[in-house]
Design a protein around this ligand. Structure first.
Ligand code: NAD
Length: 432
């Protein structure tokens, strides 16, 4: 099939490349010329394991193309995926759909034959109805179908998640597009992927309800961890003890910093806003948002206790600054709240991240990037393990010449407290 992905970010690029690898002709479009030029040269703009090889392979065999021309690309395609951003509105909490509607407007001018227009972006329930109205202004209603096919890939595992998804959700109000989409996904269905077809609004809501539920699970275990700290219990035992109950499940029960990233913070806020429009109070999700927004302050209070309230000139090392491992995504990472706070308090911060230097900390006083773990740890009074990269799991801190009284605040519980203690250092974890 001839596919067009509009928006070549984490979702558009990964799903475009994977669809081309399944044998489709795919053009990935973006308005960012720089990004498209880089991709044409084989330079991948994001960090995602396995992505580079797949891009190069499919670009070489000409099943994958890159373009900045939306109109031409839409005209040549049978299926158009909208994969642009849906961030939170400035000074608000609802989703900003301006990128979606602007793309819909552009597409409407290029409908020269029957096309399926799909939202892969996460969009609030009823957005598909609005896209349909926009398209109808310039195009004949019989020449298009608007479908919701939300994306569930996780950054860092995106390619695996595309090929072996827990489920594929397709929401459509017409049979013709249902048949075409089932055909498009048939290589994955034949490998065992569960395929759910439903109506368009339901598919839109499935995505938000999933993210809100996962955010709730993380926040739940984070609050239980707070109780564990007061009662001398290791939250890891609680996670195992409750996770083995099949009704609960063990995933997303790892206590740690506030959830971040490009999805949970914005999607929890957006679903609450959508519900408000429909006079519904999502009190549980509101409470999750509130709890999560206080989480970094709570962990910073513990940092203050660890340092006996003395921040001035304290050498603090951050290991990992992205919101989770295996991605370069800094969006809503809790390090963006913690590092500026500690810098303001007078601490001297060095950070190391396997995905390199981050512009986000450019203008902060006494915040420097180290290009190795050992350089970051050297001379430190406090190491904050912020992101759970495998690279950090077996560090021998003794060999890295930290301060004699090094303290380690393991915000992901990846170290063994007894091993750290046996190296002669003080260990602090989350909920243990
Ligand atoms: N990142 C994830 O892990 C993930 C997972 C599932 C769903 N989603 C959802 O998918 C959507 C996209 O997320 P992302 O992380 O890929 O975003 P992103 O910011 O990485 O990519 C969006 C791209 O769209 C491009 N764009 C914007 N307007 C355009 C236009 N008019 N024409 C062409 N290109 C345009 C931007 O230049 C950008 O490259 C969001 O709704 C997000 O919530 C993201």
């Amino acid at each position: 099939m001839k596919l067009c992905m509009i928006g070549t970010g984490y979702v558009g690029l990964v799903s475009g490349v994977c669809f081309s690898d399944l044998g489709n002709d795919v053009v990935c479009v973006d308005k960012d010329e720089n990004k498209i030029n880089k991709l044409k040269k084989g330079i991948i703009p994001i960090y995602e394991p396995g992505l580079e090889e797949l891009v190069k392979k499919n670009f070489k065999n000409k099943r994958l193309k890159f373009s900045t021309d939306v109109n031409d690309s839409v005209k040549k395609s049978d299926i158009v995926f909208i994969c642009v951003g849906t961030p939170t509105k400035k000074n608000g909490s609802e989703a900003d759909l301006s990128q979606i509607y602007s793309v819909a407007n552009e597409i409407s001018k290029s409908i020269n034959k029957f096309k399926i227009i799909i939202t892969k972006s996460t969009v609030p329930v009823t957005t598909g109805d609005n896209i349909e109205k926009i398209l109808s202004k310039n195009a004949d209603k019989n020449k298009f179908s608007v479908v919701s096919n939300p994306e569930f890939l996780r950054e860092g595992e995106a390619i695996r998640d595309f090929i072996y998804p827990d489920r594929i959700v397709v929401g459509s109000n017409d049979k013709r597009s249902m048949v075409i989409l089932k055909n498009l996904y048939s290589p994955l269905i034949s490998k065992g992927a569960k395929y759910i077809s439903t109506n368009r609004r339901a598919a839109e809501l499935i995505k938000y309800a999933s993210n809100a539920f996962l955010a709730t699970k993380i926040t739940f275990i984070n609050e239980i961890a707070n109780l564990c700290e007061k009662t001398a219990i290791d939250v890891e035992d609680i996670s195992i003890g409750i996770g083995l109950d099949k009704r609960i499940g063990s995933r997303f029960l790892r206590a740690g910093p506030a959830y971040g990233g490009s999805c949970f913070p914005k999607d929890t806020k957006a679903i609450v806003s959508t519900a408000k429009k429909f006079n519904t109070n999502l009190s549980i999700i509101k409470s999750v948002i509130n709890s999560n927004s206080l989480r970094s302050k709570l962990l910073l209070k513990k940092v203050s206790n660890i340092l006996n309230n003395k921040f001035k000139n304290k050498k603090i090392c951050f290991l990992g600054v992205t919101f989770k491992a295996n991605t370069d995504d800094m969006r809503d990472s809790s390090s963006l709240e913690m590092i500026p706070y500690l810098s303001k308090k007078g601490a001297k911060i060095k950070y190391y991240d396997p995905t390199g230097f981050k512009n986000d900390f450019n203008n902060l006083k006494n915040v420097d990037f180290s290009n190795s773990i050992s350089d970051a740890v050297k001379g430190s009074d406090l190491v904050i393990l912020h992101t759970e990269w495998n690279d950090f799991k077996s560090i021998n801190f003794k060999k890295m010449r930290p301060s004699k009284n090094l303290k380690i605040y393991d915000m992901r519980n990846i170290f063994s407290p007894s091993k750290i203690k046996s190296q002669g250092f003080k260990y602090f974890g989350i909920g243990r």
